[in-house]
Design a protein around this ligand. Structure first.
Ligand code: NDP
Length: 304
Protein backbone atom coordinates (compact mmCIF):
# COMPACT_ATOMS: atom_id res chain seq x y z
CA UNK A 1 0.00 0.00 0.00
CA UNK A 2 1.16 3.51 -0.87
CA UNK A 3 1.14 6.39 1.56
CA UNK A 4 0.47 8.96 -1.15
CA UNK A 5 -0.43 8.66 -4.81
CA UNK A 6 -0.19 11.76 -6.98
CA UNK A 7 -2.24 11.62 -10.16
CA UNK A 8 -0.66 13.73 -12.91
CA UNK A 9 2.84 14.84 -13.82
CA UNK A 10 2.49 18.48 -14.86
CA UNK A 11 3.83 21.30 -12.70
CA UNK A 12 1.20 20.75 -9.97
CA UNK A 13 1.75 17.00 -9.69
CA UNK A 14 5.53 17.25 -9.83
CA UNK A 15 5.70 20.11 -7.33
CA UNK A 16 3.50 18.06 -5.01
CA UNK A 17 5.89 15.15 -5.58
CA UNK A 18 8.94 17.25 -4.70
CA UNK A 19 7.36 18.46 -1.45
CA UNK A 20 5.95 15.06 -0.51
CA UNK A 21 9.22 13.29 -1.30
CA UNK A 22 11.17 15.75 0.82
CA UNK A 23 8.71 14.95 3.63
CA UNK A 24 9.77 11.28 3.30
CA UNK A 25 6.43 10.15 1.93
CA UNK A 26 7.98 8.45 -1.14
CA UNK A 27 4.98 9.40 -3.29
CA UNK A 28 3.98 7.36 -6.31
CA UNK A 29 3.25 9.60 -9.30
CA UNK A 30 0.97 8.22 -12.01
CA UNK A 31 2.15 10.29 -14.96
CA UNK A 32 -1.01 10.05 -17.08
CA UNK A 33 -1.58 9.95 -20.82
CA UNK A 34 0.43 13.13 -21.49
CA UNK A 35 3.42 12.98 -19.14
CA UNK A 36 4.46 16.51 -18.23
CA UNK A 37 1.04 17.92 -19.07
CA UNK A 38 0.44 21.01 -21.17
CA UNK A 39 3.99 22.37 -20.72
CA UNK A 40 5.21 19.60 -22.98
CA UNK A 41 3.30 21.15 -25.86
CA UNK A 42 4.74 24.64 -25.39
CA UNK A 43 8.07 25.96 -26.54
CA UNK A 44 9.77 28.72 -24.57
CA UNK A 45 8.29 29.50 -21.16
CA UNK A 46 9.27 33.05 -20.35
CA UNK A 47 7.19 33.62 -17.24
CA UNK A 48 8.60 30.91 -15.01
CA UNK A 49 10.14 32.91 -12.15
CA UNK A 50 13.89 32.66 -11.97
CA UNK A 51 14.57 31.73 -15.58
CA UNK A 52 15.72 35.05 -17.04
CA UNK A 53 16.15 33.78 -20.59
CA UNK A 54 13.12 31.50 -20.44
CA UNK A 55 13.10 27.74 -20.38
CA UNK A 56 11.67 25.25 -22.86
CA UNK A 57 8.44 23.70 -21.51
CA UNK A 58 9.60 20.08 -21.89
CA UNK A 59 12.94 20.90 -20.18
CA UNK A 60 11.12 22.55 -17.29
CA UNK A 61 8.96 19.51 -16.52
CA UNK A 62 11.84 17.11 -17.06
CA UNK A 63 13.93 18.95 -14.48
CA UNK A 64 10.96 18.95 -12.07
CA UNK A 65 10.65 15.21 -12.60
CA UNK A 66 14.36 14.61 -11.91
CA UNK A 67 14.17 16.82 -8.82
CA UNK A 68 11.20 14.82 -7.49
CA UNK A 69 12.98 11.52 -8.20
CA UNK A 70 16.14 12.76 -6.48
CA UNK A 71 14.17 12.98 -3.24
CA UNK A 72 12.52 9.59 -3.60
CA UNK A 73 9.38 10.10 -5.70
CA UNK A 74 8.60 7.20 -8.03
CA UNK A 75 7.11 7.99 -11.41
CA UNK A 76 5.08 5.38 -13.24
CA UNK A 77 3.93 5.99 -16.81
CA UNK A 78 0.37 4.78 -16.41
CA UNK A 79 -2.99 6.52 -16.80
CA UNK A 80 -5.77 6.38 -14.25
CA UNK A 81 -8.92 4.77 -15.58
CA UNK A 82 -11.04 4.76 -12.41
CA UNK A 83 -10.94 5.58 -8.73
CA UNK A 84 -12.77 4.39 -5.66
CA UNK A 85 -12.81 6.90 -2.82
CA UNK A 86 -15.77 5.37 -1.01
CA UNK A 87 -13.59 3.19 1.21
CA UNK A 88 -10.15 3.30 2.77
CA UNK A 89 -7.54 2.66 1.60
CA UNK A 90 -8.47 4.53 -1.57
CA UNK A 91 -8.20 2.54 -4.79
CA UNK A 92 -6.83 3.82 -8.08
CA UNK A 93 -6.95 1.63 -11.17
CA UNK A 94 -4.88 1.99 -14.31
CA UNK A 95 -4.97 -0.26 -17.38
CA UNK A 96 -2.56 -2.67 -15.77
CA UNK A 97 -3.01 -2.47 -12.02
CA UNK A 98 -5.06 -1.35 -9.01
CA UNK A 99 -3.14 0.69 -6.46
CA UNK A 100 -4.10 1.39 -2.85
CA UNK A 101 -3.18 4.55 -0.98
CA UNK A 102 -3.83 6.33 2.29
CA UNK A 103 -3.96 9.74 0.59
CA UNK A 104 -4.40 11.01 -2.95
CA UNK A 105 -3.54 14.23 -4.72
CA UNK A 106 -5.43 14.69 -7.98
CA UNK A 107 -3.33 16.87 -10.29
CA UNK A 108 -4.55 15.50 -13.58
CA UNK A 109 -4.81 18.92 -15.23
CA UNK A 110 -6.93 20.05 -18.12
CA UNK A 111 -6.49 19.97 -21.84
CA UNK A 112 -7.15 22.87 -24.14
CA UNK A 113 -9.98 22.24 -26.56
CA UNK A 114 -8.65 22.26 -30.12
CA UNK A 115 -10.25 22.29 -33.55
CA UNK A 116 -9.23 18.73 -34.38
CA UNK A 117 -7.87 19.60 -37.83
CA UNK A 118 -5.50 17.08 -39.46
CA UNK A 119 -2.12 18.85 -39.00
CA UNK A 120 -3.06 20.70 -35.80
CA UNK A 121 -0.99 18.57 -33.42
CA UNK A 122 2.16 19.06 -35.52
CA UNK A 123 1.66 22.85 -35.61
CA UNK A 124 1.04 23.33 -31.90
CA UNK A 125 3.83 25.64 -30.73
CA UNK A 126 4.73 26.32 -34.38
CA UNK A 127 2.10 28.94 -35.14
CA UNK A 128 -0.86 27.33 -33.40
CA UNK A 129 -1.16 28.09 -29.70
CA UNK A 130 -3.52 27.42 -26.82
CA UNK A 131 -2.19 29.89 -24.25
CA UNK A 132 -1.91 33.60 -25.02
CA UNK A 133 -0.31 34.45 -21.68
CA UNK A 134 2.45 32.00 -22.54
CA UNK A 135 3.06 32.70 -26.21
CA UNK A 136 1.70 36.15 -27.21
CA UNK A 137 5.10 37.80 -26.76
CA UNK A 138 6.43 35.85 -29.75
CA UNK A 139 4.11 37.86 -32.02
CA UNK A 140 5.51 41.37 -31.67
CA UNK A 141 4.42 43.40 -34.72
CA UNK A 142 2.70 40.38 -36.28
CA UNK A 143 -0.85 39.46 -37.25
CA UNK A 144 -2.74 36.69 -35.52
CA UNK A 145 -6.13 35.04 -35.34
CA UNK A 146 -7.86 34.28 -32.05
CA UNK A 147 -10.59 31.64 -32.32
CA UNK A 148 -13.55 31.70 -29.91
CA UNK A 149 -16.36 33.88 -28.69
CA UNK A 150 -16.18 33.55 -24.91
CA UNK A 151 -14.44 35.50 -22.16
CA UNK A 152 -11.12 33.78 -22.86
CA UNK A 153 -11.21 34.83 -26.52
CA UNK A 154 -11.97 38.46 -25.58
CA UNK A 155 -9.38 38.58 -22.81
CA UNK A 156 -6.69 36.86 -24.84
CA UNK A 157 -7.32 39.07 -27.88
CA UNK A 158 -6.88 42.16 -25.74
CA UNK A 159 -3.75 40.74 -24.18
CA UNK A 160 -2.22 39.80 -27.54
CA UNK A 161 -2.65 43.37 -28.84
CA UNK A 162 0.10 44.39 -26.41
CA UNK A 163 2.42 42.64 -28.85
CA UNK A 164 0.71 41.96 -32.17
CA UNK A 165 -0.17 44.73 -34.60
CA UNK A 166 -3.53 43.12 -35.42
CA UNK A 167 -5.81 40.45 -33.98
CA UNK A 168 -8.58 38.90 -36.09
CA UNK A 169 -11.12 37.46 -33.68
CA UNK A 170 -12.78 34.58 -35.51
CA UNK A 171 -16.02 33.22 -34.08
CA UNK A 172 -18.36 30.64 -35.59
CA UNK A 173 -21.51 32.55 -34.55
CA UNK A 174 -22.59 36.15 -34.96
CA UNK A 175 -22.93 36.75 -31.23
CA UNK A 176 -20.51 36.32 -28.39
CA UNK A 177 -21.11 34.41 -25.16
CA UNK A 178 -18.58 36.58 -23.30
CA UNK A 179 -19.59 38.96 -20.54
CA UNK A 180 -20.70 42.39 -21.78
CA UNK A 181 -17.72 44.18 -20.26
CA UNK A 182 -15.23 41.85 -21.93
CA UNK A 183 -16.99 42.21 -25.27
CA UNK A 184 -16.96 46.00 -24.98
CA UNK A 185 -13.28 46.02 -24.15
CA UNK A 186 -12.49 43.97 -27.23
CA UNK A 187 -14.81 46.01 -29.47
CA UNK A 188 -13.19 49.25 -28.30
CA UNK A 189 -9.71 47.97 -29.06
CA UNK A 190 -8.81 49.30 -32.53
CA UNK A 191 -6.30 46.50 -33.06
CA UNK A 192 -9.05 43.85 -32.87
CA UNK A 193 -11.22 43.03 -35.86
CA UNK A 194 -14.18 40.70 -35.40
CA UNK A 195 -14.81 38.09 -38.09
CA UNK A 196 -18.20 36.55 -37.31
CA UNK A 197 -19.81 33.36 -38.66
CA UNK A 198 -16.43 32.00 -39.63
CA UNK A 199 -14.48 28.83 -39.05
CA UNK A 200 -10.93 27.71 -39.73
CA UNK A 201 -11.18 24.68 -41.99
CA UNK A 202 -7.50 24.10 -42.72
CA UNK A 203 -4.07 25.14 -41.46
CA UNK A 204 -1.59 25.78 -44.27
CA UNK A 205 2.13 25.38 -43.77
CA UNK A 206 4.34 22.37 -43.19
CA UNK A 207 6.82 23.02 -40.40
CA UNK A 208 5.26 26.34 -39.41
CA UNK A 209 1.85 27.91 -39.87
CA UNK A 210 1.68 30.27 -42.86
CA UNK A 211 -2.02 30.72 -43.61
CA UNK A 212 -5.48 29.31 -42.90
CA UNK A 213 -8.54 28.47 -44.96
CA UNK A 214 -11.39 30.46 -43.49
CA UNK A 215 -14.96 29.36 -44.15
CA UNK A 216 -17.88 31.81 -43.93
CA UNK A 217 -20.81 29.68 -42.76
CA UNK A 218 -23.37 32.26 -43.97
CA UNK A 219 -22.16 32.64 -47.54
CA UNK A 220 -20.57 29.17 -47.71
CA UNK A 221 -17.50 30.80 -49.21
CA UNK A 222 -13.95 29.87 -48.31
CA UNK A 223 -10.89 32.09 -48.54
CA UNK A 224 -7.22 31.73 -47.83
CA UNK A 225 -5.85 34.14 -45.24
CA UNK A 226 -2.14 34.65 -44.60
CA UNK A 227 -1.49 34.75 -40.86
CA UNK A 228 1.48 34.54 -38.50
CA UNK A 229 -0.24 32.73 -35.67
CA UNK A 230 -3.51 31.25 -34.42
CA UNK A 231 -4.51 31.25 -30.76
CA UNK A 232 -7.29 28.84 -29.84
CA UNK A 233 -9.47 30.15 -27.02
CA UNK A 234 -12.35 27.71 -27.30
CA UNK A 235 -12.36 26.40 -23.77
CA UNK A 236 -10.62 23.72 -21.74
CA UNK A 237 -11.64 20.21 -20.77
CA UNK A 238 -10.65 19.16 -17.24
CA UNK A 239 -9.24 15.64 -16.97
CA UNK A 240 -11.83 14.43 -14.49
CA UNK A 241 -13.41 11.52 -16.39
CA UNK A 242 -11.86 8.95 -14.03
CA UNK A 243 -13.37 10.65 -10.95
CA UNK A 244 -16.97 10.94 -12.07
CA UNK A 245 -19.28 9.57 -9.39
CA UNK A 246 -16.50 9.73 -6.78
CA UNK A 247 -16.29 13.49 -6.32
CA UNK A 248 -18.83 16.21 -6.93
CA UNK A 249 -17.77 17.96 -10.11
CA UNK A 250 -18.59 21.62 -10.52
CA UNK A 251 -18.41 24.20 -13.28
CA UNK A 252 -17.68 22.60 -16.68
CA UNK A 253 -16.66 19.35 -14.98
CA UNK A 254 -13.85 20.84 -12.89
CA UNK A 255 -13.29 19.56 -9.35
CA UNK A 256 -14.51 22.28 -6.98
CA UNK A 257 -11.95 22.64 -4.22
CA UNK A 258 -12.71 23.72 -0.67
CA UNK A 259 -10.07 26.01 0.81
CA UNK A 260 -7.89 25.74 -2.29
CA UNK A 261 -6.83 22.08 -2.23
CA UNK A 262 -9.32 20.05 -0.16
CA UNK A 263 -12.14 17.94 -1.58
CA UNK A 264 -15.22 16.71 0.26
CA UNK A 265 -13.35 13.47 1.01
CA UNK A 266 -10.73 13.73 3.78
CA UNK A 267 -7.46 12.40 2.40
CA UNK A 268 -8.26 13.28 -1.23
CA UNK A 269 -6.68 16.56 -2.28
CA UNK A 270 -6.69 18.43 -5.56
CA UNK A 271 -4.18 20.74 -7.23
CA UNK A 272 -3.68 22.67 -10.43
CA UNK A 273 -5.70 23.07 -13.61
CA UNK A 274 -8.07 20.20 -12.81
CA UNK A 275 -9.69 22.54 -10.28
CA UNK A 276 -8.55 25.92 -11.57
CA UNK A 277 -10.30 27.23 -14.67
CA UNK A 278 -9.27 30.79 -13.96
CA UNK A 279 -5.47 31.16 -13.79
CA UNK A 280 -4.18 28.03 -15.59
CA UNK A 281 -0.51 28.97 -15.29
CA UNK A 282 2.46 26.69 -14.61
CA UNK A 283 3.41 28.76 -11.60
CA UNK A 284 -0.10 28.76 -10.09
CA UNK A 285 -0.39 25.02 -10.71
CA UNK A 286 2.95 24.51 -8.97
CA UNK A 287 1.74 26.63 -6.04
CA UNK A 288 -1.41 24.53 -5.67
CA UNK A 289 0.75 21.38 -5.87
CA UNK A 290 2.86 22.64 -2.99
CA UNK A 291 -0.23 23.41 -0.89
CA UNK A 292 -1.80 20.02 -1.58
CA UNK A 293 1.39 18.19 -0.58
CA UNK A 294 1.66 20.15 2.68
CA UNK A 295 -1.97 19.32 3.51
CA UNK A 296 -1.52 15.65 2.55
CA UNK A 297 1.52 15.49 4.82
CA UNK A 298 -0.50 16.97 7.71
CA UNK A 299 -3.37 14.56 7.04
CA UNK A 300 -1.06 11.53 7.04
CA UNK A 301 0.74 12.70 10.19
CA UNK A 302 -2.65 13.03 11.92
CA UNK A 303 -3.45 9.40 11.11
CA UNK A 304 -0.30 8.03 12.75
P1 NDP B 1 -16.39 29.18 -23.05
O1 NDP B 1 -16.83 27.76 -22.98
O2 NDP B 1 -17.13 30.21 -22.30
O3 NDP B 1 -16.43 29.66 -24.57
C1 NDP B 1 -15.89 28.88 -25.57
C2 NDP B 1 -16.06 29.61 -26.88
O4 NDP B 1 -15.41 28.86 -27.88
C3 NDP B 1 -17.51 29.78 -27.30
O5 NDP B 1 -17.66 31.01 -27.94
C4 NDP B 1 -17.72 28.62 -28.25
O6 NDP B 1 -18.62 28.91 -29.28
C5 NDP B 1 -16.35 28.51 -28.89
N1 NDP B 1 -16.07 27.15 -29.31
C6 NDP B 1 -16.17 26.01 -28.60
N2 NDP B 1 -15.80 24.95 -29.34
C7 NDP B 1 -15.47 25.45 -30.56
C8 NDP B 1 -15.01 24.85 -31.75
N3 NDP B 1 -14.81 23.53 -31.87
N4 NDP B 1 -14.79 25.64 -32.82
C9 NDP B 1 -14.96 26.98 -32.75
N5 NDP B 1 -15.39 27.60 -31.64
C10 NDP B 1 -15.64 26.84 -30.56
O7 NDP B 1 -14.83 29.14 -22.69
P2 NDP B 1 -13.89 30.28 -22.12
O8 NDP B 1 -12.55 29.66 -22.03
O9 NDP B 1 -14.05 31.51 -22.89
O10 NDP B 1 -14.44 30.53 -20.66
C11 NDP B 1 -14.52 29.47 -19.69
C12 NDP B 1 -14.97 30.06 -18.36
O11 NDP B 1 -13.95 30.89 -17.84
C13 NDP B 1 -16.22 30.94 -18.48
O12 NDP B 1 -17.00 30.81 -17.33
C14 NDP B 1 -15.66 32.33 -18.54
O13 NDP B 1 -16.59 33.30 -18.07
C15 NDP B 1 -14.47 32.19 -17.60
N6 NDP B 1 -13.44 33.20 -17.90
C16 NDP B 1 -13.44 34.35 -17.19
C17 NDP B 1 -12.52 35.32 -17.44
C18 NDP B 1 -12.55 36.56 -16.62
O14 NDP B 1 -13.48 36.74 -15.86
N7 NDP B 1 -11.57 37.42 -16.74
C19 NDP B 1 -11.49 35.18 -18.48
C20 NDP B 1 -11.58 33.93 -19.18
C21 NDP B 1 -12.52 32.99 -18.90
P3 NDP B 1 -20.14 28.45 -29.23
O15 NDP B 1 -20.84 29.47 -28.39
O16 NDP B 1 -20.53 28.47 -30.67
O17 NDP B 1 -20.17 27.07 -28.65
Amino acid sequence: MEKLIIIGSGPSGLTAAIYAARANLAPLVLAGPEPGGQLVTTTLVENWPGSIDGIMGPDLVLSMQKQAEKFGARIVFESVKSANFSQKPFKISTDSKTYEAEAIIIASGARARTLGLPNEKELIGKGVHTCATCDAAFYKGKEVIVVGGGDSAMEESNFITKFAKKVHLVHRKNTSNASKIMQERAKNNHKIEFIWNSEIKEYLGKDKLEAVKLFDNQTNKEKEMKIDGVFLAIGHIPNTEAFQGQLKLGKFGYIEPKNEVFTEIPGVFVAGDVSDWRYRQAVTAAGFGCMAALEAEKYLAGKE
